[in-house]
Design a protein around this ligand. Structure first.
Ligand SMILES: Cc1cc2nc3c(=O)[nH]c(=O)nc-3n(C[C@H](O)[C@H](O)[C@H](O)COP(=O)(O)OP(=O)(O)OC[C@H]3O[C@@H](n4cnc5c(N)ncnc54)[C@H](O)[C@@H]3O)c2cc1C
Length: 290
């Protein structure tokens, strides 16, 4: 299908993009990589009158390590995330996710910020950023603000972003000594969206016990979710054997699990538990080597 007619403007700078959003208000929609918005427009599920293309604002495409944080600009492509040494060193779960997200075409055009702004409950980065922690920076006409990642996802395809704002950057603390992260995705076929995605960030103490754990999932509910009961089950314990199994069994506690003909809720729950156990074990192995 072809989308309804729309006007197209290209912003050369952040200021210009913000001016366009102010000028066109609710009629406008930002266009980054176009790999979520354009399919929606073709299906006429989104009918913006004006597309504001921000894809050429190159100073929003970067990966940096700054003051112990990893910072990723909104227009960084999935491919650049997958390839960046700084990402692999500071937040390996993001490299894991970028390497299994869609196919090479999607990864070459789709952007990190577009994925966080789109907030598809089945998107891979949702679980990862919740497990890594940190915050998103957004800019509007009134200035910039930081939103803790735990407050970012508000519902299906809904975030804390306000009308007229642009997502600029995601920033998370880089992995410290004896700390590592992992993302695991279970999909029916290569390049599919996942049936379950699990991200784990673990820091071990010198005694090998878990000093900090964050676990989060994509594809299991109406938004990415933290697994706080599973995190608590790891606290102060060595992430091995029964401890891992007990934590994994709690991973969807309190979550209304998504249910569809391709993946009924009980099967999805089983997958989430199995993948969580594997992700914890892998994160622990990486943390021991870090
Ligand atoms: C065939 C295919 C397979 C895919 N498979 C996967 C997959 O397996 N896993 C996965 O996670 N994703 C998958 N995707 C989605 C892909 O990751 C998209 O790139 C991503 O969801 C959106 O990024 P984009 O740059 O393309 O955003 P766009 O489509 O340009 O924009 C998406 C939305 O975000 C808004 N937006 C974009 N940038 C900003 C910004 N900086 N500030 C505020 N709002 C902004 C837009 O206005 C729009 O509403 C797939 C897509 C396709 C087409």
């Amino acid at each position: 299908m072809i989308p309804p007619a729309f006007e197209y403007v290209r912003a050369a700078s952040l200021d210009e993009a913000l001016s366009y959003l102010e000028k066109y208000g609710d009629d406008a929609r930002l266009l980054a990589g176009g790999h979520s918005l354009l399919p929606l427009m073709r299906l006429r599920l989104a009918t913006p009158k004006v597309l504001v293309d921000i894809g050429r604002i190159r100073d929003l495409a970067y990966v940096r390590e700054e003051g112990g944080d990893l910072a990723i600009g909104a227009l960084t492509t999935h491919h650049a995330v997958e390839r960046a040494q700084a990402v692999a060193a500071a937040a390996r779960a993001l490299s894991d996710a970028a390497s299994v997200l869609g196919d090479p075409q999607v990864r070459n055009r789709g952007t990190f910020g577009g994925e966080l702004a789109h907030a598809d409950p089945a998107a891979d980065y949702g679980a990862v950023v919740l497990a890594l922690g940190g915050a998103v920076t957004a800019a509007g006409r009134g200035g910039r603000r930081s939103v803790p990642i735990d407050d970012w996802f508000r519902g299906p395809f809904t975030t804390a972003l306000q009308p007229g704002e642009i997502l600029l950057e995601y920033r998370a603390p880089a992995a410290a000594a004896r700390e590592a992260s992992v993302y695991r995705k279970f999909a029916r076929r290569a390049s599919d969206y996942g049936m379950v995605g699990v991200a784990v960030r673990l820091r071990l103490g010198e005694d090998g016990r878990c000093a900090n754990a964050r676990i989060a999932l994509s594809c299991v509910a109406d938004r990415p979710v933290r697994a706080e009961a599973a995190e608590a089950a790891l606290a102060g314990r060595a992430p091995e054997g029964d401890v891992v199994r007990q934590a994994a069994a709690l991973v969807l506690q309190g979550v209304t699990v998504a249910d569809d003909p391709f993946c009924p809720a009980d099967y999805r729950t089983h997958l989430a538990q199995v993948e969580t156990a594997r992700a914890i074990a892998e994160a622990a192995a990486r943390a021991r080597a870090a």
